[in-house]
Design a binder for this molecule. Structure first.
Ligand code: ADP
Ligand code: MG
Length: 698
């Protein structure tokens, strides 16, 4: 008699038959802890093993299930020893080819045996071949027994075979079928009916074990109603959680200034340029928020180079003059240092204290700064995530400004805000991003924020001209650099390595630096990478900014935010390895002044099709919005967007591109829930977001 185990969806996976500590660990690696987690871990692909294909109908490149009788099995010696097995079913014959095999396998495939196999057909010498197909011997009784449902293929991990995964999901589905009340339907009937969506239990059953007659192409594309239903609820959960956060924040008061919001005209008049119309519009939108009683929650969307920093400075000026403190957070030390130096300079006539707080300060310096922040002096703190550290306590934080939002998670953003919360007040928030996503998408994924758009670049900018060149043209490029620098231009040379550590990247940049120094002895060449100490980096950057350095060799530390308007040529090595968003950001480092700028994308041939298309897109346009649109089109369905590149939330099931059509409906459904079913809101959020620190309690 087996031990009694309660059937619980919320129970640990170890309550399932066959899950020991080893398997538990592997499941945990996939973020599967409970039985219910298994149900929300969806197949990413399906195989149709519900019907046999006559061997005569095999097609090159297509996967199929076939069944036949072994005619001949023999070992073929040649360049590579292999086991060949010829089977036929009367409509045709196919050869199975195994490079790895053993004697028992050969014996198993004796002439006259019936076998069923699944594999991809490839054109062979005279017949089609299948290389290393999955196969099994079929007894007389099994001849007509085929799978009843499409076969799911799960995102798995090493040491976790598909068969095992299917057995586990079988158990989980059985528990669900026996205890449907444990996974209650949270979407109102009205919504399900309006969009013709199946209920939750049906949807889960259908995605894990689709009926044999399910349209497989819909499933493969991720657009089957069952999949859409799950994606819909997930979107809704994210959206509702942001709306809940917003509501909560807006129940606080904005920080109380000493005086009404002072004008910034003095400051604006002393800037070396005039604000563009778009900058003025956005500025007014922000200022209108700041005189309200409630904390501001605003996102500024503006393409690379549209001039977001100066708006941050103007707002900081006003907040500080009203007696409060300002925190400006940047994703990299380099950018924090740059903001610090630009803003210090802009504020130099106005008796405003600006301090820099990054992870690399020495203890004594940090302590002084931390003490100042804790006193109620009005000041501006510019920093990296070091601003999150426990000991940093603002006494009168008026506003948190976050630059390049896409580099931070929602969680990081919120934890900085925590620093300014008192019992009754909550700091204003100004979030800045260059992520150019369509408005309806922005309103859904940034549902906690109001959105302002800077839709104009400062005057006199010329579009960067972009060329794509193979690596073997390096010598020509180097020659061009000399010419450019003779004309007083400045150049970036960016070394890129994807997914490599900081140390390896820095090493590669150092080598390129040495190589270029040798090739270009007449130029002053600088080097900046992530392993350098702050003062060193600052020194190099300020020398480059002042024009003392002609050519700056850099890793992608310069990718975001760096602003040296005189630089007019950028060379990017291995550009084929970078995504469109990253290329656009990097290229945005040039073309920031009024002179014509150029960008050279170097690549290592041969280019694959996707890389070729990407480089073609980046060459043909400099419009971030256009690039983002093309980027979305290039990504196949189901491909997950990297959060690092876009700042968009990472979802389990939903895909912001594939399921984009759902998005406007998600907002509508959210309204309905908040109005008429507010008791379900917390449960929906909990179902989808509990294990994510990101959306924890505010
Ligand atoms: P981003 O929006 O990418 O953060 P920045 O704030 O770094 O852009 O601004 C890009 C460059 O344009 C900076 O050198 C900045 O001083 C300059 N700039 C900003 N606004 C204007 C303007 N209205 N006219 C001319 N130059 C401007
Ligand atoms: Mg910027």
């Amino acid at each position: 008699m087996g031990q009694f185990k309660p059937s619980q969806l919320s129970a640990s996976v170890t309550t399932l038959t066959g899950v020991g500590t080893g398997l538990e660990k592997r499941l945990n690696r996939l973020a599967i802890y409970t039985v219910q987690d298994l149900l929300f871990h969806l197949p990413y692909r399906y195989l149709d093993r519900t019907r046999l294909l006559p061997i005569g109908m095999l097609q090159h490149g297509k996967e199929a299930l076939i069944q036949g009788t072994v005619e001949l099995t023999q070992i073929k010696f040649g360049k590579r020893r292999s086991l060949l097995c010829r089977i036929s079913d009367g409509t045709g014959a196919v050869v199975l080819r195994f490079f790895y095999f053993n004697n028992s396998q050969q014996a198993n495939l004796a002439k006259g045996t019936t076998i069923r196999c699944w594999g991809q057909a490839r054109r062979g010498v005279n017949t089609f071949e299948m290389i290393h197909p999955e196969y099994q011997r079929i007894s007389e009784a099994q001849r007509d027994q085929l799978e009843q449902t499409l076969t799911p293929v799960y995102p798995a991990t090493e040491g976790l075979a598909q068969g095992r995964f299917r057995k586990l999901t079988d158990q989980a589905l059985r528990i669900l079928a026996e205890n449907p009340q444990q996974l209650v339907e949270l979407l109102p009937q009205k919504i399900l009916a309006e969009y013709a969506l199946p209920d939750l239990c049906q949807a889960l059953q259908a995605v894990h074990r689709p009926d044999a007659d399910t349209e497989i192409s819909l499933l493969q594309a991720g657009t089957h109603p069952a999949q859409r239903r799950l994606a819909f609820e997930e979107f809704l959960a994210h959206h509702l959680s942001l709306r809940t956060i917003r509501r909560k924040i807006q129940s606080f008061q904005a920080p109380r200034p000493d005086s009404a919001l002072p004008q910034a005209d003095d400051f604006i008049h002393r800037l070396p340029f005039q604000l563009t119309g778009a900058q003025q519009t956005v500025l007014h939108e922000i200022q209108a928020d700041l005189i309200k009683q409630q904390p501001m929650l605003r996102l500024i969307q503006g393409d690379v180079g549209s001039g977001k920093t100066v708006l941050a400075a103007i707002i900081a000026f006003q907040i500080i003059k009203s007696g409060l403190q300002v925190a400006l957070m940047a994703p990299t030390e380099l950018l924090a240092e740059q903001h610090f130096s630009t803003i210090t300079q802009w504020f130099s006539n106005f008796d405003i204290r600006v301090v820099l707080l990054t992870g690399r300060l020495n203890r004594a310096k940090r302590q002084t700064i931390v003490a100042d922040i804790a006193s109620s002096t009005p000041l501006m703190v510019v920093g990296t995530h070091a601003l999150f550290q426990e000991q940093v306590k603002f006494s009168r934080l008026g506003i948190v400004i976050i630059d390049e939002q896409h580099r931070f998670g929602v969680h990081q953003r919120l934890s900085l805000l925590e620093k300014g919360v008192t019992r009754t007040t909550y700091p204003h928030q100004l979030i800045m991003t260059a992520t150019p996503i369509p408005r309806t998408l922005a309103m859904t994924v940034f549902a906690d924020l109001d959105i302002s758009v800077i839709d104009e670049l400062p005057p006199g900018r010329q579009a960067v001209k972009t060329a794509v060149l193979a690596n073997d043209k390096r010598a020509e490029i180097i020659k061009k650099i000399t010419q450019e620098c003779r004309q007083g231009r400045q150049v970036y040379w960016v070394c890129t390595l994807i997914d490599e550590s900081d140390a390896i990247q820095s090493q590669a940049a150092t080598e390129t630096y040495e190589y270029l120094s040798e090739m270009l002895p007449d130029l002053v060449i600088g080097l900046v990478h992530g392993r350098m100490k702050s003062p060193e980096k600052e020194q190099v950057m300020s020398a480059y900014k002042s024009g003392a350095i002609h050519l700056l060799v850099a890793t992608t530390v310069i990718e975001v935010g760096v602003d040296v308007p005189a630089a007019s040529l950028m060379v990017i090595e291995n550009a084929e390895r970078l995504g469109l968003a990253q290329l656009h950001q990097l290229r945005g480092r040039v073309g920031r002044g009024s002179q014509q700028s150029n960008c050279v994308l170097m690549y290592q041939p041969p280019l694959n099709e996707l890389a070729r298309q990407r480089l073609q897109i980046i060459r043909s346009t400099t419009d971030g919005f256009e690039i983002a649109k093309k980027d979305m089109q290039l990504r196949g369905p189901g491909e997950i967007m990297g959060t690092r590149q876009t700042g968009l939330p990472q979802m389990r099931i939903a895909d912001l591109i594939r399921d984009a059509a759902l998005i406007p409906h998600v907002r509508k459904a959210a309204e309905l829930l908040l109005e008429d079913y507010s008791d379900r809101v917390a449960a929906i959020i909990k179902r989808w977001l509990t294990d994510r620190a990101d959306f924890g309690n505010v």
